[in-house]
Structure formats: structure tokens, C-alpha cells
Design a protein around this ligand. Structure first.
Ligand code: GDP
Length: 483
């Protein structure tokens, strides 16, 4: 088919502008950093803190380019792809630093932001030429969407079998029953019709969401059923698993209709996401709310391990699996971060890192095998607590001091969102393996705190966001690229 003139002109334009950039030396290298994690893992907070710290030269002693005095500064720039929503940095920062600071709205879809970083290279040749720039493209996307990758290799019949088998397990009975009851009343070979498709999809979505609520971490595909992003209510999401009929499937049947929608979901939603976004990342940070899982119990920890392994299998490279070839570009560093480390005393931070390390051990071995360097870190993008000690029964206990959010409860006490308390959060196990061996739950006093209400300002009058080990994370993700 002949190409339309506009396409030719566009492509010529792009090629010429690249050439022009290269010729005039204005070509700026770009690093695409993916930020992901399951819902409420802390993506929004991490990115807001990242951008703010880089824009204002925050307190980051562990970030080598800044510590060495080579980091000159950063500015926000227009993102080259105008079709992708922009990460609402200013809005999120305003929520956190306004008159009454509140936590901003969490990630619900993909968004991006470009920062231009200026630094003095330590390499004598580049250094001699003056400051250097790097575009840092930050891509924020729900970890739930990664759970869809395995669907690309599953037919509707295979996926339905797996999904229905899982829904029928005793452990899922409560959440899945309304969907299974509805399914029992519908013959898959009946004529295709929208009301049945919608009813089934609604009941199936309710089951997936309930299952996530009840099990704290359980995450079952399709990922867009959990976080639809811009597809909320669209026909691409109106399907559900159906038992395969014993007779040949009629082309006008409900089964054929839902099978078609499942295939469309794969081709029009899942594949483009991997191809256009995921496959183009250079580095990745995976945020994990490890403490919440620990606090919920051994089943949630096991669930989290499964979800993470599934998420991380996407990063496997050079595999013979044709699906992973789709995403096997060149992620060379993956950082796993246990977020909200300010919920435990600093004496537990190393233990938290060790637990996360253990949780991602299998998956990260595979990534290492494929050439990506991995590391685990415990961090808080924004620290909402301070530390102190209390003496109880003659014993000195390390505490964290903060204001629990309104409605949080501990024992019989319900907090009003205004009262500051000192809390002994409990100890994390010294040996992470103990969590998996005997299934003993970790008993933590775990409360959500309001964000810091009084923030320091630096010499230029910018607010300073307190954090934990955030500088180390930045150093791993960016430090070597600003050499
Ligand atoms: P996501 O965008 O869905 O991954 O999650 P968010 O970044 O919105 O975080 C969800 C919630 O976790 C926030 O509203 C905060 O209550 C809490 N949170 C996230 N990061 C931190 C942190 O560094 N410290 C504390 N104390 N809470 C955090």
C-alpha cells in the first residue's frame, strides 16, 4: 500500500531533526525510568519526591553526583509524546506541602514526565567540554498491568480454565461465589448478547477486586479489571471466563463473543502497552509495600511473593519464550524498594531490606542471569515519623512518633487524625527465612500516618521533603549515568 504523504513527511521530519540534533551537538541522551508497583505501593509519593528532590537539590548525601558537587540542577521539560497523560507533579506536591498537607491521589493509569538533568561529568574529556545534560523520562504505571503479560500466551479456553479453577478453590469461595452462581445460570452456547456479557464482566470484576481487598495482595489478571485507567467502562473490558462447551462453538454464541473480546483485549490493550511503554524502559524501580503484607500475615506474604515473581518474569530477557521477546530490550538495572520504611524504627531497616531481598530472590536471580543488575532497598520517599524511645517495664523500646490518620485503630483506640503518638512498631525477624519456614506472623503495630505537617525550607526557600534512604535509591538508579 502506498504511504500517505503525511507519513512520509512526518518520518522525514523526524529523521532530519535527529540528524540536525546530532550535527549541532544538541542531541541529548535520554534515560527512561519505569516506576511500578501494585496499587498503593507508593509510586505517586516516590515520583513526587524524586522530582522535587532533583529540582531543589534536596538533602541527598548518598547521591554521588550531588555529594561530589557535580550535579548542577534539573528542570521540567515538555514530554515529547503528547498523547500520554503527564504525571501531575505540581498537584501532588501541592497536596503534600499545602496549608494542611494530605497524601495525594494514587496512580490509576500510565503517566509520564520529563526532567532535564544538568551535571558536570567526572570524565576529563567530557568535563572539559562543560556541563552535560541527560533527559530523565519517568514512566509511572500500575504493576497490575504487568500481570497481563502471561495472557499473551494463553488462549481464551486456557485462560478460562485457569481462572475458573482458581475461582472454584475453597480459599476463593467467598469472593467468587456470586460470579460462579451467575455463571451457572448462563449457557455459553446461547446467542451472543451484550447484557449477559456485561453482567458476567461486572460479577467477575467484583470477584477480582474483592479478592484483592480480602487477601491484601492477591492480584489476578486481567490487570485492567483491577485498574482500568482510561478504559473504565469500555467494551474491551466486558468479558469473563467461560467453561469451554463440549460441542463445537457456534460462531454466533456468547462464548464466541467473549472469546473475541478476550483476543481484542490482548491485541489492543496488552500488546500495545508492552510494546510502546514497557519495552522501551532502560531502568526500573519496583515498589513493594512489604510491611503491609508482613502485617497482614503469612498468606499475604506468600501471595506477594507470587505476584512479584509474576511481575518480575516480565523483566526476563533473552528467553526462548516468544512473549518475552516482545519486552526484552535492555533494562540494565532493577531496584526493588520496600516503601514506607518510616513505619518501622531504623534498627529494622536492614532487616526490611533482607526480607524484600528474600521475597524477590527467585525472580531477581533470573533478571541477573539476563544481565540486569538488581538491588533491594528499604526507603521512605516521604518520611512521616520521627524516632524516640519509651521505657516499658524497665525495658527501653525504640519508638516512632507520628500522627495516625483519622479512623486508624490500634486495639480499642481509634485515632482522630490530630493526635501525635509514640508507637513501638515491633521488630522484624532477624532471619528472613523464618517468615517462610514456620509461617509465624510478624506482629507489627502498623498504622498509617498523616504526611509531615511542618516542613523545613532550604536556603532558597524551597520545602525540604524528609526521606529515608531515598538518596541511595537515586544513586543506584541514576548515579552512574551522571558520571
Ligand atoms: P500508588 O501511587 O498507588 O503506588 O501509591 P501512593 O504513592 O499514592 O501511596 C499510597 C499511600 O501509601 C499514600 O497515600 C500514603 O498514605 C502511603 N505512603 C506512600 N509512601 C509513603 C512513605 O514514604 N511514607 C509513609 N508514611 N506513607 C507512604
Amino acid at each position: 500500500m502506498p504511504q500517505s504523504p503525511t507519513t512520509i513527511v512526518d518520518e522525514l521530519g523526524i529523521a532530519l531533526s535527529n540528524l540536525a540534533d546530532a550535527a549541532t551537538g544538541t542531541f541529548t541522551p535520554t534515560m527512561r525510568l519505569g516506576v511500578t508497583g501494585l496499587s498503593r505501593a507508593g509510586k505517586t509519593i516516590f515520583i513526587t519526591a524524586l522530582v522535587h528532590n532533583l529540582l531543589t537539590g534536596g538533602r541527598l548525601p548518598g547521591f554521588t553526583p550531588l555529594a561530589e558537587g557535580r550535579f548542577i540542577g534539573a528542570r521540567l521539560a515538555e514530554y515529547p509524546d503528547a498523547t500520554i497523560p503527564r504525571f501531575a507533579y505540581e498537584q501532588h506536591l501541592e497536596a503534600l506541602t499545602g496549608k494542611t498537607p494530605i497524601w495525594p491521589e494514587s496512580t490509576r493509569r500510565i503517566s509520564q514526565l520529563r526532567l532535564v538533568l544538568k551535571y558536570q561529568s567526572s570524565n576529563w574529556l567530557s568535563g572539559w567540554r562543560g556541563p552535560t545534560t541527560l533527559n530523565l523520562d519517568i514512566v509511572d504505571y500500575p504493576g497490575e498491568w504487568l500481570l497481563d503479560l502471561p495472557l499473551l500466551g494463553l488462549s481464551f479456553a486456557d485462560w478460562s480454565r485457569e481462572a475458573l479453577e482458581r475461582a472454584s478453590r475453597l480459599s476463593s469461595a467467598r469472593e467468587a461465589q456470586p460470579f460462579l452462581d451467575l455463571l451457572a445460570t448462563i449457557d455459553p452456547q446461547k446467542p451472543a448478547n451484550d447484557p449477559d456479557a456485561e453482567k458476567l464482566a461486572t460479577a467477575f470484576t467484583a470477584y477480582l477486586r474483592q479478592s484483592r481487598e480480602d487477601n491484601a495482595m492477591s492480584t489476578l489478571p486481567p490487570g485492567r479489571f483491577l485498574l482500568p485507567g482510561d478504559l473504565e467502562g469500555s467494551p474491551a473490558l466486558t468479558f469473563a471466563p467461560l467453561p469451554q462447551p463440549n460441542q463445537p462453538v457456534r460462531s454466533s454464541s456468547l462464548y464466541a463473543m467473549l472469546e473475541g473480546r478476550y483476543e481484542a483485549y490482548k491485541n489492543q490493550v496488552v500488546r500495545p502497552f508492552f510494546k510502546d511503554h514497557f519495552a522501551r524502559l532502560d531502568r526500573q524501580i519496583v515498589l513493594v509495600d512489604t510491611l503491609r503484607a508482613l502485617n497482614t500475615g503469612p498468606a499475604a506474604v506468600a501471595d506477594l511473593e507470587t505476584a512479584l515473581t509474576s511481575v518480575l518474569s516480565c523483566f526476563r530477557q533473552g528467553d526462548s519464550n516468544p512473549l518475552t521477546r516482545l519486552v526484552s530490550r535492555r533494562i540494565d538495572r532493577i531496584l526493588f524498594a520496600a516503601t514506607k520504611a518510616d513505619h518501622v524504627h531504623h534498627t529494622s531497616h536492614d532487616r526490611l531490606e533482607a526480607i524484600l531481598n528474600r521475597l524477590v530472590a527467585n525472580a531477581s536471580r533470573k533478571a541477573q542471569f539476563a544481565g540486569a543488575e538488581t538491588r533491594s532497598i528499604a526507603l521512605a520517599g516521604i518520611r512521616a515519623t520521627r524516632e524516640g524511645t519509651i521505657v516499658e517495664a524497665g525495658e527501653t523500646l525504640p519508638t516512632i512518633i507520628g500522627t495516625p490518620m483519622a479512623g486508624e485503630t490500634l486495639g480499642k483506640v481509634k485515632y482522630d487524625g490530630k493526635t501525635e503518638i509514640a508507637l513501638f512498631p515491633g521488630d522484624l525477624p532477624e532471619r528472613p527465612d523464618s517468615l517462610f519456614e514456620d509461617g509465624t506472623p510478624v506482629s507489627l503495630n502498623f498504622l498509617r500516618f498523616v504526611p509531615p505537617q511542618k516542613l523545613d525550607r532550604n536556603a532558597s526557600g524551597d520545602v525540604v521533603l524528609p526521606h529515608i534512604r531515598f538518596d541511595r535509591a537515586l544513586d543506584f538508579l541514576l548515579g552512574d549515568r551522571l558520571k
